[in-house]
Design a protein around this ligand. Structure first.
Ligand SMILES: Nc1ncnc2c1ncn2[C@@H]1O[C@H](COP(=O)(O)OP(=O)(O)O)[C@@H](O)[C@H]1O
Ligand SMILES: [Mg+2]
Length: 209
């Protein structure tokens, strides 16, 4: 990990429609209300170059994309975002909230597509200069229920089979078990507000509020 990082890096993970963006937005508003320096970004994307890569990744016409190309494009988008925004902001002391990060590639390309997970970790460490989140929320929802909450026009990844999305969910559960000190798993069986109360308790603890 790079030296001189003063802020906190918190990531929001989970299947499609699990409520990542909803909770990240609520956390962002909460921290803004306390006058904390906070920035909310999304992956893939967040900066111009990475948003261009996002369009390639999610374009439903790119049916011929190989697993290797897909994995490397996610990493390229992430590398740009880390270098251009996340690391500079963390060095300034900002609390950076990211909708998805490296865990998503491990789960979607690794567990979902069968790309070797240790290879993903190796290229992930290169792309991110070794930057890992201080804390990660994983929102756990039944794959079918989550998908039914996404919009009507599905992107290239959302269009994949239910079986694929079940593998993604299983991957997230395994990650949560493997890294209990970094990851908290939250069941999405309550209202947004009730889930936010749980999320806020963790945020307060992480930030010493
Ligand atoms: N706890 C919840 N209960 C019911 N609906 C929710 C809950 N959290 C989020 N939603 C709704 O589900 C949809 C997907 O949520 P979103 O935050 O966009 O998920 P993600 O970013 O994980 O894909 C949105 O319409 C959102 O308002
Ligand atoms: Mg979202």
């Amino acid at each position: 990990m790079e030296k001189g990082v003063k802020g906190k890096f918190i990531t929001f993970e989970g299947a499609e429609g699990s409520g990542k963006s909803t909770q990240a937005q609520m956390v962002c508003k909460y921290l803004e209300s306390l006058n904390k320096p906070v920035q909310h970004i999304r992956e893939p994307g967040g900066v111009k170059i990475s948003e261009s890569i996002r369009r390639i990744l999610l374009n439903v016409n790119n049916t011929r994309m190989t697993d290797e190309c897909e994995t490397l494009l996610y990493m390229a988008a992430r590398g740009q975002l880390v270098g251009e925004v996340i690391l500079p902001e963390l060095k300034k002391g900002t609390i950076v909230l990211s909708d998805r990060y490296l865990d998503s590639t491990i789960v979607y390309q690794g567990y979902g597509n069968g790309v070797d997970v240790s290879t993903i970790e190796t290229i992930g460490a290169f792309a991110t200069k070794g930057l890992m989140p201080d804390f990660t929320f994983i929102f756990d929802i039944d794959a079918e229920k989550g998908l039914s909450r996404t919009g009507r026009t599905k992107d290239r990844i959302e269009l994949r089979s239910l079986n694929y999305h079940k593998k993604v969910r299983k991957g997230y559960l395994e990650l949560a078990k493997a890294y209990p000190e970094r990851i908290v798993l939250i069941e999405v069986d309550k209202s947004k507000e009730e889930i936010f109360e749980i999320v806020r308790e963790h945020i307060n603890k992480i930030l010493g509020l």
